[in-house]
Write a protein that binds this ligand. Structure first.
Ligand code: ADE
Length: 229
């Protein structure tokens, strides 16, 4: 079974609209919707915002639903100069930008794992990138490092600092790195696609809000449809 996860209601509702006869179950304070999408058994869930919410959701998907694959869809703030509003990013790896256990461990390194970056599943990410090309022709697609932290980045100064500290980072969001780590713990394939809603600068909040209503759900539904057909 494959899980489709979003952090915000606007994104998940677009996926649920594609799933006829879905059944709702509440676990750990979340609604899990089990159903079918183009003949594939699917569970769709709203993780909520932030790394802890994402980790709880992934753990339930692993232990209670026995999912083999998780696909996260949502929005992110663009960091690298070429990553513009409306572009799409398929994550090839994740890092927690707000994790710092120095001097015990190098900055960003997750203790016990001996690394800072968690790779996404290569084959599933390839399929996701291909789904983006099919679903949204003409849209700029970037692939690479996405960074996560428990902070909505909404000043140009902070965005610049992140770019300087993590020059490979394409985009910033609040869930992916946590979900990637839990998926690695459970041997689950993980992939994530994010549409860029804002540039994580002083205009980020207004851009984010208008984008969620307009574009995010349309993108999510189109990409998920293309992935599962
Ligand atoms: N998700 C979308 N935009 C974001 C931002 N600027 N910071 C963190 N998460 C985001």
């Amino acid at each position: 079974m494959i899980a489709i996860v979003s952090a915000m209601h606007e994104e998940l509702s677009a996926v649920l609209a594609l799933m006829p006869h879905e059944q709702r179950e509440q676990v750990a304070g979340r609604d899990f919707w089990r159903g079918e999408l183009h003949g594939h058994p699917v569970v769709a869930v709203l993780s909520g915002i932030g790394k802890v919410a994402a980790a709880t959701t992934a753990a339930v998907l692993a232990q209670r639903y026995g999912v083999r694959q998780i696909v996260f869809t949502g929005v992110a703030g663009g960091l690298a100069p070429q990553v513009k509003r409306g572009d799409v990013v398929v994550a090839r790896s994740f890092l927690q930008h707000d994790l710092d256990v120095s001097p015990l461990f190098p900055r960003y390194e997750v203790p016990r794992y001996g690394k800072a970056e968690f790779a996404t599943d290569a084959a599933l990410s390839d399929r996701l990138a291909e789904a983006v090309w099919r679903a949204l022709p003409g849209t700029a697609l970037h692939q690479g490092l996405v960074v996560s932290g428990d902070r909505f980045v909404d000043t140009a100064a902070e965005a610049l600092e992140l770019q300087q500290d993590l020059p490979d980072a394409l985009a910033v969001e609040m869930e992916g790195a946590a979900m990637a780590q839990v998926c690695e713990d459970h041997g689950i394939g993980f992939a994530a696609v994010r549409t860029i809603s804002d540039r994580a600068d002083d205009e980020a909040f207004g851009d984010f809000v208008s984008f969620l209503g307009e574009v995010a759900s349309r993108h999510t539904a189109a990409i998920v449809q293309a992935l599962l057909t």
